[in-house]
Design a protein around this ligand. Structure first.
Ligand code: DGY
Length: 332
């Protein structure tokens, strides 16, 4: 393996950019305009798993949260200088291995904040107002008409939303909840005095107090199974859980048991522990709204996410520090 530095002068002929997915921007045009002579490989459409790709001479990799980037992959890519992850979460990447290999890792924060908060709030409303059950009832043809006691849900006005993880998306969720007349509490390692209306509490107090709980934390060893049987037992039976963060933050069998036993009033999930595989009991669980990991899925946001990846690749290959560098240690 040749010795290399992130600041080596780059000769663009022979520089190779690989993307595991087609993108809603013209990556080829952007890369070749900025780095004449560079080549770009990407599928014409859809996603090609990173395991199938030849990365022997790849200088840059654009990948999705579906792609596991670990020491074994990095060993297959000895020239790699940057991994641009088209997601804000980087739990699919072994950051220590990337840093040890002196590979810059970038992500796509900010541009997906509002879209993800919108989806989280949509799931909260859908679970609170039993929209999934209502839609299934109408489509089934079994609806017999208006009834005084039909599909009674809960009103959000005046209720307390507990936000786990008061980062950008958590704060965007707080703004929405306040706009709906909810009170907001949050659990976060840091105090956020900028959201003056929100009170910081412990995770356990949040579970015991909130009428609705929304997860906005990254998946880390500390947050894995943060929602477990013990915390669900602390929650009010009238509470609703929303997860647009990562499936691994929730102990799914414990959530299913709580919903089936009526120890939790409802839930809205966008993410799953082993997605796209689902625990089949999720499909029959009462008062559960399911979405297919679409938190950031707006045309505007996905285009901006792809653009940040292109910018990151071009920056690193041009010797510039990328804007959203996750492992800053690789950049002197
Ligand atoms: C992310 O970016 O981490 C989301 O899960 C997908 O956009």
């Amino acid at each position: 393996m040749r010795a290399r530095s992130l600041h080596d002068a780059v000769s663009c002929a022979g520089v190779r950019v690989v993307s595991t997915s087609s993108l809603p921007i013209d990556l080829v045009a952007q890369v070749t305009a900025a780095l004449p002579g560079a080549s770009v490989d990407l599928p014409r459409e859809g996603h090609a798993g990173v395991a199938a790709l030849d990365l022997t001479d790849a200088d840059a990799l654009v990948c999705l949260l579906l792609d596991r980037v670990d020491a074994a992959l990095l060993a297959r890519a000895p020239k790699l200088r940057v991994v641009a992850n088209c997601a804000v979460g980087v739990d699919n990447i072994d950051l220590a291995a990337a840093t040890a290999a002196r590979v810059a890792v970038t992500n796509t924060p900010d541009v997906l904040t509002e879209a993800t908060a919108e989806l989280a709030f949509a799931l909260l409303l859908a679970a609170a107002r039993r929209l999934g059950e209502g839609e299934r009832l109408v489509r089934s043809g079994a609806w017999t008409g208006w009834a005084l006691d039909q599909l009674l849900g809960v009103q959000l006005l005046g209720k307390t939303l507990g936000i786990v993880g008061m980062g950008r998306i958590g704060r965007a969720m707080a703004r929405r909840a306040l706009g709906f007349g909810m009170r907001v509490i949050y659990a976060d390692p840091s105090l956020h005095p900028d959201v003056a209306e929100a009170r910081r509490v412990s995770v356990d107090e949040l579970f015991a107090t909130a009428d609705a709980i929304s997860l906005h934390c990254p998946l880390t060893p500390e947050t894995r199974r943060l929602v477990d049987a013990r915390r669900l037992a602390l929650a009010k039976p009238s509470a609703i859980l929303v997860n647009t963060a990562r499936g691994g933050c929730v102990d799914e069998p414990a959530l299913i048991a709580a919903l089936e036993a009526g120890r939790l009033a409802g839930a809205g999930l966008d993410v799953y522990d082993r997605e796209p595989a689902l625990d089949p009991r999720l499909l029959t669980c009462p008062r559960l709204v399911l979405a297919p990991h679409i938190g950031s899925a707006t045309t505007e946001t996905r285009t901006q996410m792809a653009q940040l990846c292109a910018d990151a690749v071009i920056d690193v290959l041009s010797g510039r520090r990328p804007q959203h560098l996750v492992n800053g240690e690789v950049w002197p």
